[in-house]
Design a protein around this ligand. Structure first.
Ligand SMILES: [Zn+2]
Length: 132
């Protein structure tokens, strides 16, 4: 079986305007290459790594399910422009938190994995003994 994603390119950028729809992470698929973009301007570097994991998990789950990523883009673009869900007008901290987001289920799963991952990163750091 042919894999829909042949390679994954993760770009970390300090330029927030290079990430679409005012978010800290973004992804798009071009000719079998999944491009993930992550904003590095967050306070905790672990949050940057966590966001990278989040975006990869969310995108691969959507592609696996057959959800067009363009549906995600359209929803996010509307949300960014109007600041609310196009269907129920709710205002959430993240567009994906709204149940009407076409990627809501995948966003929730990606958030759980991100939280587990960043917890592990934070624990590893705080438990590290002071060795030269
Ligand atoms: Zn809604």
């Amino acid at each position: 079986m042919e894999m829909p994603v042949k390679s994954i390119v993760v770009v970390m950028t300090s330029d927030p305007t290079s990430i679409r729809n005012g978010q800290v992470g973004d992804y798009y698929l071009v000719n079998g290459v999944l491009y993930v973009r992550v904003y590095t301007g967050m306070d905790n570097p672990n949050a940057v790594y966590g966001t990278a994991i989040h975006e990869i998990v969310e995108a691969l789950l959507l592609i696996n399910k057959g959800t067009p990523l363009e549906a995600v883009d359209q929803y996010d673009a509307y949300y960014y422009k109007h600041g609310r869900c196009p269907r129920c007008n709710a205002i959430k901290s993240e567009p994906g938190d709204d149940e009407h987001a076409p990627y809501h289920t995948e966003h929730q799963a990606a958030t759980m994995i991100e939280e587990l991952f960043t917890t592990l990163l934070n624990e590893e750091k705080s438990n590290k003994p002071n060795r030269a």
